[in-house]
Design a binder for this molecule. Sequence first.
Ligand code: ATP
Length: 237
Amino acid sequence: MSEMLRVKDLHVYYDAIHAIKGVSFDVQEGEIVTLIGANGAGKTTILQAISGLLKPKEGEIDFLGENLLALPAHTIVRRGVAQVPEGRRIFSQLTVQENLEMGAFSRKDTRNFSKDYEMIFEHLPRLKERRKQMAGTLSGGEQQMLAIGRALMSKPKMLLLDEPSMGLSPILVQEIFHIIENVNKTGMTVLLVEQNAKMALKIASRAYVLETGKIAMSGDAGELAKDPKVQEAYLGG
Ligand code: ATP
């Protein structure tokens, strides 16, 4: 395995609030790595820093050997990093298909999407039947699927997923996580941020536990799921 992402000694502030306090982690090509932690631990902040939406005060973020901190957000998308934001943020006044097209805005080859749609509908068959439907009328789970599909349209090398389970029923959470696993099996590298530690630890190979802006624990996801401290704090005892 070769290294895809390396975050080193990252510090992020919101004015005087020191939200991320020296976080380091890495993601190897082909892995699902999860960053778990409670509300406000700083998970979203880290993803925003990777995608260039927030500028860290200190630290390094390297993607395939290139320093992302020197690049604007739109260039980071072009380099192959696609974020699926918390709360999906789909365009509700556009159809499913138009939303997917928006995901391809960063690409140069904007002529023929039919192959990409095929690939996306293979992973997300529910979207296929609904391609002409207004995105705002989709269910929460379908909107999450659309947000994933839209990110895949940029042909990323790595997906950053921000709490894909948020607001979904247990059955739908399983369905979404199954989709993430299947996308990963095609070779996609995934960084998954989750409060639902139970599900995240099931599909990830490695995990980092974030507590108030610092990595408190890290290691093999299966091992962490068995750790008494993790069980008590994140898996309901
Ligand atoms: P959640 O699961 O609730 O989204 P999180 O782990 O993603 O939580 P962040 O959203 O990254 O956490 O927030 C980390 C810390 O930074 C929190 O203490 C939060 O209150 C603070 N914070 C986040 N955004 C801002 C902001 N725009 N201005 C000030 N403080 C912020």
